[in-house]
Design a protein around this ligand. Structure first.
Ligand SMILES: [Cu+2]
Length: 186
């Protein structure tokens, strides 16, 4: 095949591979949300609001000292104690805490020493994401949707990759693919 066909084939294969890996990545991050506690010493939970499905586990990881999780409210019928010990007990960098949320509804919590500004919410709903769609950023792993044609943004990513690969191929073919007598140097 000639050079043009070669380039096209390479780009096409790359696009397919990119689309495949993009959809795999979409399903891999299924289970738990993670919250950073006091990122870089900032007195916040990051993100301060997480959406999960019933049965999902949320993990908090301490990134600075003297923080805890004091539960302020849970949905009716749910229990959540927050971090162990009295509300004055705090934990330091590297501490990890997990809780699995079974009951739908809103759970509000705060860091006792840094309240009320250092506060967060866990919202448990059927979709495990912000209602109204647009919220973005949340994982989507519902097997029901996996049969649907490749989503538009995967195609977009694949297209960009394909273009980049084509450009690079062309560049190297032009630079190094010329016949030997064209180069003057070495
Ligand atoms: Cu705190």
């Amino acid at each position: 095949m000639n050079r043009r066909e070669f380039l096209r084939t390479g780009a096409g294969a790359t696009a397919v591979a990119a689309a495949a890996s993009a959809s795999t990545a979409g399903t891999a991050s299924a289970q738990a949300a993670e919250v950073t506690v006091g990122p870089g010493g900032n007195l916040v939970y990051e993100p301060s609001e997480v959406y999960v499905k019933p049965g999902d586990t949320v993990k908090w990881v301490w990134d600075s000292d003297n923080h805890n999780i004091q539960v302020l409210s849970t949905p009716e019928g749910a229990t959540w104690e927050g971090t162990e010990g009295p509300k004055t007990k705090t934990y330091n960098t590297g501490h990890e805490y997990e809780h699995t949320f079974e009951t739908k509804g809103t759970y509000e919590y705060q860091c006792f020493p840094h309240a009320p500004s250092m506060a967060g919410q866990v919202i448990v709903n059927e979709e495990g994401k912000k209602p109204g769609g647009g919220g973005g950023g949340q994982k989507e792993a519902d097997p029901k949707h996996m049969g649907v044609p490749i989503q538009a943004h995967f195609v977009g990513i694949a297209t960009i990759l394909a273009i980049l690969v084509s450009v690079m191929f062309t560049f190297f073919m032009l630079k190094y693919g010329e016949s030997p007598h064209a180069s003057g140097g070495d």
